[in-house]
Structures are given as C-alpha cells and as structure tokens.
Design a protein around this ligand. Sequence first.
Ligand code: NAD
Length: 369
Amino acid sequence: MMSNLLVTGGAGFIGANFVHYWMEAYPHDKVVVLDALTYAGNRANIALMADAPNFYFCQGNICETGLVERLLQEHKIDTLVHFAAESHVDRSITGPDTFIETNIVGTYSLLKAAKKIWLDGGLNQDRHHFHHVSTDEVFGTLGPNDSAFSEGSSYAPNSPYSASKAASDHLVRAYHQTYGLNVTTSNCSNNYGPYHFPEKLIPLVITNVLQNKPLPIYGDGHQIRDWLYVVDHVHAIDLVIKKGQIGECYNIGGNNEWSNLDVVKFICQRMNDKFANNVQLREKYPQAKKVLLGQSQDLITYVSDRAGHDRRYAVDSRKANFQIGFQQKETFDSGIQKTINWYLSNDAWWKSVKNGSSQEWMPVQLETK
Ligand code: NAD
C-alpha cells in the first residue's frame, strides 16, 4: 500500500539519507520534508530529489504546530518520521535553549498536531504512524564490564542533548499510552556516512586529513562508542515502520565498539593506504602533506575533555534482530571505505559546509555523534 510521509529534519545527515533510501525503495510514495534549515540542515543534501513529482520540501519549524497540521492535512500524511533535532552535544553544553525548544517543545508540537489531525480529525485514524528517531545516549554511560543498553535499561541522560532527547522519548510514549497515537521509537548508536556534518568525529577527521589540519582528540581518547553505517540505520527505521509493534521501542546498534582514538587511527590508516597507490588523489590534494607521506596519524592532537563526557555506549540490538529482522550490511571497514570515498568525491559539499557557520567550531571542538 502506498504511503504519504512527512519527514522532519530531512535536510540533515540521517534524515537526508533516509529520504534518499525511501524514495529509491518506495518510488510511488509521497515524501514531504519539513526542515528549518538550521546550521546543520542543507538543501544540497536532498537536491537529487528536488525535481521528483512525489517530493515536496517545506522550510519551517516543527514548533509551529499550525504549519505541521496543515502539512498533515494537505498532503494526507499517514506516516510521520521525526528526525528534526539539535544534535550536537557540545553545542548543548554551551547553549541548551535551542535543544529544549526543538527537541522537547518541537516533539510535543508534532505529537499535538498528529493527535488533532489523525485522532480527533479522523484523517487516517486507522492507518497512521508516528516514528520517533532517538539515541542510545538517553541511557547514559556504561562501565567497561557493563552489559550493552537494552530497551529495558533505565534512562539516565548526562548532557542537555541527551536529556532533551529522553524527554521527547517520554512524550512520544505518553501520547501512545494516553491517547492511543500509533507510535514507535528507535534508539540508535553513533552513525557515520555520507552527508555527515564535519563538526562530528568521522567527517572531521577525513576532511582535516585532506586539509592537513590537526585531528583533535578529547581527553585520553579512550571513550568508547558503537558505530553504525547510516544506511544500515535508515534501513532499520524502515523495518520498524513496516514491521515494528506499535507502542514499542527498538535499540539499533552496530555491535561495533571502538575507542575514539582507535577510530581516528583506523581512518588515518585507510587514508594513508588510499593515497599511497593513487596518483590522481595525490595530484588532487597537494596540500595534504601528512597523508601524502603516509603519516596522517601525526596530525592527532589531544584537547581537554568535554564536560560530563560519557565513557562508553554499547547497544544490544537483539530485539530488532529477532522481531523485525534487522541485520547490518556494512562492516566498519566497508562503511569507512564508502564514507572516505564519498568525501573524496564530494569536495564541493564539505568545503562549503566547512567554510560556513560551523567554521568557528572546527579548531578544537570534536563531537563523536
Ligand atoms: P542533524 O543535526 O544532522 O540534522 C538535524 C536536522 O533537523 C537539520 O536538517 C536541521 O535543519 C533540522 N532541524 C533542527 N531544528 C529544527 C526545527 N526546530 N524544525 C525543523 N527542523 C529542524 O542530525 P542527525 O545526526 O541527522 O540526527 C537526526 C536525528 O537522529 C536526531 O533526532 C538525533 O537525535 C538522532 N540520532 C542521531 C544519531 C547520530 O549519530 N547522528 C544517532 C542516533 C540518533
């Protein structure tokens, strides 16, 4: 059966990958993107579908409930996939206001609009779905020997970002329990891949190597994260939407724990290898002096640790594996190779992003998510 989707935050990193994936997998569905185009949103991320007759873009804020109601009604939306968020932990430490506004009030605004149009208004009353995209960070931090986060783990967020996401998860749950809205939630670990904003660890390292700039590492670099290739994540979201139980949460992870320092060293190694045998690359990036010598790891620079930095995240995805058939396709090696290749082929994209509003954050700020 065909669907009409409203995708919030569809011009951001994961949202854009989701839109690409969905329009290829379900070419007859209608996809409407609602995105405020904050510093993290980029029209170029969805430029490939701009001319598709079943694609619509609306620049607007999820906090504007009236706008959301109009979009739900005019486009006869049956499925709302909610990515829009302030997503950078460092920014949440220095300026939590927008995190509270977008992540909490914005999610509430979407739920309110969905209830009004779908439940009270009777549009798609029997066939509506609100999918909320969230993070494993709501569960807090793990010790070295703790079991991975499961869906039953207690919420214990430590940053304003993760606290705001935790609050939004609770609101989504409450709208199901109280009003009967058809909701699902996915809590995913760290994503990486194409269109990732270069204030985050993996694209920052790739692009800084190409610019021969320092590779900043927070603290001792031994913080552990679980990494998943973004296309595997959006595929998991598809499975949750199509096969997930209404009212349930699904943890999605890569079963792929790495310390930040090892991730950086691994990328350096792969980039050194790529440059060693590729004349075209060597000619294209004459300024990338260290990688040309096969020594990009020399760019690693330690900077003081982030306040309240979580030590370890790990995600137990067995519920998603067994109940909805989630299996990741990429290994970390294949996903990193694809990601490096994407940044090598999309110079114009990352250079314009780096020259823009994120620039002031580049020299020392480093984000792992
Ligand atoms: P992102 O920062 O790249 O993109 C966020 C998008 O939301 C941007 O396009 C931005 O313009 C838009 N946006 C922000 N505020 C808005 C508002 N008020 N109204 C409308 N649009 C607004 O984020 P991302 O990394 O793609 O993350 C997407 C979602 O996935 C978030 O909810 C995040 O919490 C969650 N998540 C991210 C990761 C990760 O590793 N990146 C992992 C798990 C979960």
